[in-house]
Design a protein around this ligand. Structure first.
Ligand SMILES: Cc1cc2nc3c(=O)[nH]c(=O)nc-3n(C[C@H](O)[C@H](O)[C@H](O)COP(=O)(O)OP(=O)(O)OC[C@H]3O[C@@H](n4cnc5c(N)ncnc54)[C@H](O)[C@@H]3O)c2cc1C
Length: 519
């Protein structure tokens, strides 16, 4: 029986299943969990269909773009938990952590030599599209990429969206059918366990007793240290979700834009756990809707985002961010990725400062067209180009931005929050991006600064929504805003003065001061 989840499957090469293989392999690249995971469900299905065991591989290399102790620590928290979970549920889980440069090179290809098929996450950003292309070209077994990014399969949402308002009705229309087919929250592994022991072609990572000391021993950038008050993994993600629903969701609609100490502000703080796949979007939606919710409550006739899922404006407001806005970024990437000529197999060039190349969907060097010209709506590009030579009242280098050394107290506070905590409140993140555009020598250099800062420090960075969030500051998903201004042209302008008028920032500044104290 065909299901809506068939739309999640993309065969990345033409190889058939290899019946003589030893196992079906699931390579958890982005959705690093053993439950509520569409790619894992598909791999389990293939294992049962072929009567072969399932092997789950999760790897961590040293040299991904912006690799540092902060991201490593967060990822390793999740891997340690997956290792324990695998023992508990009887899954065959082979984790690998590189401790010397390039010792993991070619590992997935070696695993594929014995595989019936490789199943992996079809994630449309970072190094994942290039890694899938590379392994699909090399492997002699079927490579299936599974889109487990959102509640609704992205391939059902059409060409790249120009605005959230265009995507919302499409998501609403498909939600009920996709929700009925969501990923299995408690998959069973007994029937896909190997009948005789399988030997991995590498030394499986054993979880060290002191994870932070282990991270400190690795040859990676330690100038961005692990987060002191934030842990990766499903347990930590679930605790954040529980706390959010218990004490913040009831204020979400009114207060979510108010910058404050994250303990007090009403945003969820879930984006990092969603980014690394430590928590599933299905689970977030399920818990936010609550035990008494049923699909009968969906208001299929409404055109109003505040009463689609249920009659509670807070829940609708939150789900509009977690579903519509989150998917805007994923869908925009996913649809563009389909248009890229997949013939070329390029991978990341280890360079000073990587930049994602939207022409090739990898980190190969940019051509002279540049990112903004390639991806912005024509009105935004034309307006920015017209004002490219406008005098900048303030001009800062990347280094000055990074150190939080501008004249603007609020901008510096937001930058400090990013550097120390790996987060910036959403409203300030918009202001933060807009000001870099205003105070950089050109829009393209502002974009590169934002890509660098966001991806180097943000714990949820290197995500489709990192790029679409940054590009929103340059006019993506937006419309022209009169009056035409210096530097911005018709791109929406934001100012720190207006932000200070709109919100009481005392609590936020106090929080930032305490961060400095902690440092
Ligand atoms: C310049 C800039 C850079 C950004 N970089 C990132 C990034 O690196 N990673 C990232 O996940 N998001 C990014 N965003 C979007 C947004 O700021 C974050 O998703 C949000 O602040 C995460 O905090 P939260 O989990 O508390 O959000 P909540 O308000 O609790 O929202 C719940 C979830 O909805 C999604 N969401 C909320 N707001 C947005 C939004 N505006 N766009 C897309 N999805 C949204 C996120 O998955 C979030 O976890 C960026 C936005 C801007 C303007």
């Amino acid at each position: 029986m065909p299901t809506i989840n068939d739309a999640r499957v993309r065969l990345a090469n033409d190889c058939p299943l290899r019946p003589k293989g030893d196992y079906v392999l699931y390579w958890a690249q982005m959705y690093r969990r053993l439950h509520s995971n569409h790619a894992l469900d598909y791999a389990l299905h293939l294992a049962r269909h072929t009567g072969k065991p399932l092997v789950i591989y999760e790897g961590l290399k040293l040299n991904y773009p912006w690799a540092n102790a902060r991201f490593h620590a967060f990822l390793l928290d999740g891997m340690a938990e997956n290792a324990a979970e695998a023992v508990r549920v009887g899954a065959t889980y082979w984790p690998f952590v590189e401790t010397t440069e390039n010792s993991g090179r070619g590992l997935v290809a070696r695993l594929c030599e014995r595989a019936v098929a490789l199943v992996t996450d079809d994630y449309p950003q970072f190094i994942v599209p290039a890694q899938i292309r590379a392994i699909a070209a090399k492997a002699k077994c079927r490579v299936a990429a599974i889109d487990g990014n959102g509640v609704v399969p992205l391939s059902l949402l059409g060409p790249p969206t120009a605005a959230a308002a265009h995507l919302r009705p499409k998501l609403h229309k498909q939600f009920a059918a996709a929700w009925a087919e969501r990923a299995n929250p408690i998959p069973a592994f007994e029937d896909v366990a190997p009948k005789k022991p399988l030997k991995p072609p590498f030394e499986v990572w054993t979880v060290p007793s002191d994870l932070r000391a282990f991270v400190a021993s690795l040859p990676i950038d330690r100038t961005v240290p692990p987060l002191e008050h934030s842990k990766g993994g499903t347990t930590a993600g679930r605790a954040i979700l529980k706390e959010f629903v218990a004490s913040k969701l009831t204020r979400y609609a009114e207060e979510r834009s108010e910058p404050d100490d994250p303990k007090r502000n009403s945003s969820s703080g879930l984006s990092a756990h969603l980014h690394y796949g430590h928590i599933a979007i299905d689970e977030v939606v399920d818990v936010a809707l609550g035990k008494d919710w049923s699909p009968d409550l969906l208001n299929l006739k409404t055109r109003n985002k505040d009463d689609f899922f249920c009659r509670d404006a807070n829940v609708n407001g939150f789900l509009d961010e977690a579903i519509t806005w989150r998917d805007v970024g994923f869908q925009w990437h996913f649809a563009r990725m389909q248009q890229v000529d997949a013939a070329g197999v390029k991978s990341w060039q280890d360079g000073e400062s990587p930049s994602f190349n939207f022409a090739t969907f990898d980190f190969s060097p940019l051509d002279e067209v540049g990112t903004l010209q390639r991806v912005l709506p024509p009105w935004a590009m034309a307006s920015l180009a017209k004002h490219a030579t406008d005098e900048r009242k303030h001009l800062y280098s990347r280094d000055q931005f990074e150190r939080g050394g501008t004249h603007d107290k609020l901008w510096n506070a937001a930058q400090k929050e990013l550097v120390v905590t790996g987060r910036i409140h959403n409203y300030l993140r918009m202001l933060w991006g807009k000001k870099v555009l205003e105070w950089s020598e050109s829009p393209e250099s502002a974009y590169r600064t934002l890509e660098y800062l966001n991806n180097k420090y943000a714990i949820d960075g290197r995500d489709p929504n990192s790029y679409t969030g940054i590009l929103w500051c340059f006019g993506l998903f937006d419309r022209p805003w009169p009056p035409e201004r210096e530097v911005f042209g018709n791109v929406r302008f934001m100012s720190s003065d207006n932000t200070a008028k709109k919100f009481d920032l005392d609590g936020y500044y106090d929080y930032i001061r305490r961060l400095e104290y902690l440092r």
